[in-house]
Design a binder for this molecule. Structure first.
Ligand SMILES: NC(=O)c1ccc[n+]([C@@H]2O[C@H](COP(=O)([O-])OP(=O)(O)OC[C@H]3O[C@@H](n4cnc5c(N)ncnc54)[C@H](O)[C@@H]3O)[C@@H](O)[C@H]2O)c1
Length: 315
């Protein structure tokens, strides 16, 4: 197959590209290296073309998709690293997303795979677990508003698509959320703090496999890619401490939940299991160890968070 991947040098995009290249598919990837790294894709590969550029550049997107004529478009690129940079979020997530959907429609791309944030349900969803019928309520951040606009365009387009709505996807090459923050603070001997929140963390390699199944034709419409069980943030912290083999346990401060912070965001995965079959989720200790191994070699990059925090502190 011919597959066009946006954000090919990011965490999720590069793991998908790895599987596709290993089985002989032809991959064209685009990245502007905002949060991705060049070394996440092979330096040279006969079946890989890597374009340095932005999905917000419509003439470029049209040219690439018009000439490459992919069977499937896997859209993982996103802007999120500065919650105050609405312009960049708009350019990449709305304009870029719209460009891709239109080009896919114009040039007859067979399938479109998208990655939506669970923040599309708001920071305080009205049910737990959150079902796919929960209304969208993305007004909590520029990231979530702009990501939801692209998903809405996709739904409008009539293209055959799968959208994976995600809570927390982690593993090697993860640059956002608590995992890289815990790693870099613990490494430099700084105290960490955790909130009483619980979250569902899934391994990027497991999502990459499901993405390839989706590219091959499995499923249609919206899915929650989630294990259906949540863990305390403290358990994630403990797993990082264990993976770092720190002798004396550095107890973190535990902060109460903020006003807008959900105690738990648990996504109902039943439709995913129905259409994609049983998923053997990689255990937390395994993927945290893999992430720590990666950070030891490459560093954490930037420890971004897409949520604007009231007191300016990271969570
Ligand atoms: N990781 C998670 O927990 C999570 C949760 C919810 C949704 N998602 C979604 O999954 C997708 C992938 O996330 P990830 O964890 O791999 O993030 P990531 O930051 O590792 O990857 C995103 C990639 O997109 C690239 N990019 C950004 N702007 C671009 C542009 N204008 N043109 C081309 N490339 C651009 C970045 O450089 C990066 O390589 C995103 O769409 C994100 O919104 C991720």
């Amino acid at each position: 197959m011919k597959i066009f991947i946006t954000g090919g040098c990011g965490q999720i995009g590069s793991h998908i590209a790895e599987i596709l290249l290993a089985r002989g598919d032809e991959v064209m990837a685009i990245d502007n290296f905002e949060t991705g790294r060049r070394e996440h894709l092979p330096e040279r590969h006969d079946n890989l073309t890597l374009i340095t550029g932005s999905i917000a550049d419509k003439p470029l997107v049209d040219k690439l998709i018009g000439e490459f004529r992919p069977d499937v478009l896997i859209h993982t690129a996103a802007s999120y690293k500065d919650p105050d940079n609405w312009y960049e979020d708009n350019l990449t997530n709305c304009v870029g997303g719209g460009n891709l959907v239109q080009a896919a429609k114009e040039f007859g791309v067979g399938r479109f795979i998208y990655y939506q944030t669970a923040l599309c349900y708001g920071t305080n969803p009205s049910e737990s677990p959150v079902t796919l019928n929960h209304p969208k309520n993305p007004g909590n951040s520029s990231y979530s508003i702009s990501k939801t606009a692209a998903e809405d365009y996709l739904e409008l387009s009539g293209i055959d698509f799968v959208t994976f709505r995600l809570a927390n996807v982690v593993g090697p090459r993860n640059v956002s959320g608590p995992l890289p923050i815990f790693y870099s603070r613990l490494k430099s001997g700084k105290k960490c703090f955790v909130t009483e929140a619980r979250r569902d963390f899934v391994f990027v390699g497991d999502l990459a496999k499901a993405s390839v199944a989706a590219a091959d034709g499995t499923g249609s419409g919206a899915y929650h890619f989630s294990s259906g069980t949540d863990i305390a943030i403290l358990e994630l912290y403990d797993a990082v401490v264990n993976a770092l083999k720190i002798n004396e346990y550095p107890a973190p401060d535990v902060h109460p939940l903020g006003e807008d912070d959900a105690a738990s965001i648990l996504l109902d995965p039943s439709r995913t299991y129905q259409d994609f079959g049983k998923i053997d989720f990689t255990p937390l200790e395994t993927f945290v160890a893999l992430a720590v191994e990666y950070y030891n070699e490459h560093g954490t990059l930037g420890e971004y968070t897409h949520l604007k925090l009231k007191d300016g502190k990271e969570t």
